[in-house]
Design a protein around this ligand. Structure first.
Ligand SMILES: [Zn+2]
Length: 269
């Protein structure tokens, strides 16, 4: 074991380097040697990854900010009606926190296990007398990579779940506020760096109807005049989708041939 390193405080990268050094210089000695390093790597991984209780706190803050942003985008009339749907919105936030926390925790466990299995796999390939030919830096980085990517992946999950939260809250608020349809918008329309889904990009600008909206119930819009929103996936429902609806609440915003006789009459006044 390398002298001068306090293994209880050493960084994850230091432990991996020390393990690779030990194996390459002394060679594979025993199962116990490998178990010892695996134990230290697991401990160091635990220190370098975010503890579970902090994952949840961080998500709570992140989603709280996302929620504020959505609410601030709403106009005053829409905000006025929020109190009555408050429980629904909070249930949605809690659901997102729970989903994101679970995804991140599972991912974290898997990534640490991948690091350990890469380490054990490599150990079994080291000749008994050690090896001078090993590119230690490359080996260490290959072993460390899954665990090191974990924080990056956790951020991606938080961002993705944040989009889903925003889309679902906008939907709840819009429908509650009398939206009768929505225009699908793909971020790829104006952001060429965004990896848009072809089908979503093709859908961009198309209008979809809210099923059983007040306008349909009052017989102003023809039932089945267009595809209903619940017949296709929601914006941001698929992984890393940043699509959005621009909600419409006036029958004047719909193509005239979607309206009934009564609807056409209503807008002619
Ligand atoms: Zn999309």
């Amino acid at each position: 074991m390398a002298p001068g390193i306090d293994y209880s405080r050493a960084s994850f990268a230091q432990i991996i380097r020390a393990a690779v050094d030990d194996l390459t210089s002394r060679g594979y000695q025993s199962e116990a040697q490998v178990d010892y390093w695996a134990m230290l790597i697991r401990e160091a991984a635990r220190r370098t990854t975010t503890p579970n209780h902090e994952i949840e706190n961080a998500l709570r803050k992140h989603f709280g900010r996302e929620y504020e942003k959505v609410i601030n985008r709403l106009n005053r009339v829409e905000r006025f009606g929020l109190a009555s749907i408050d429980p629904m919105l909070h249930a949605e936030i809690e659901r997102r926190i729970r989903t994101a926390a679970d995804l991140i925790k599972v991912n974290k466990t898997e990534r640490v296990e991948q690091t350990l299995s890469r380490f054990r796999g490599w150990c079994s390939s080291v000749p008994p007398g050690g090896s001078r030919a090993t590119d230690k830096r490359e080996v260490a980085s290959h072993i460390a990579k899954p665990t090191q990517r974990q924080k990056f992946e956790a951020r991606r999950v938080a961002i993705d779940q944040g989009h889903k939260l925003a889309a679902n809250i906008e939907e709840v608020v819009a429908i509650h506020g009398g939206a009768i349809a929505g225009v699908w918008h793909d971020r790829g329309e104006h952001d060429s760096n965004y990896d848009a889904r072809k089908a979503h990009l093709a859908r961009s600008g198309k209008v979809f109807l809210v099923r059983d909206s007040w306008a349909i119930k009052q017989g102003l819009v023809r039932r089945g005049a267009a595809t209903y929103m619940d017949e296709i996936e929601r914006p941001a429902e698929l992984t890393f989708c940043s699509c959005k609806y621009k909600y419409l609440s006036s029958i004047r915003d719909l193509p005239e041939d979607w309206l009934t006789e009564k609807g056409r009459e209503a807008i002619s006044h």
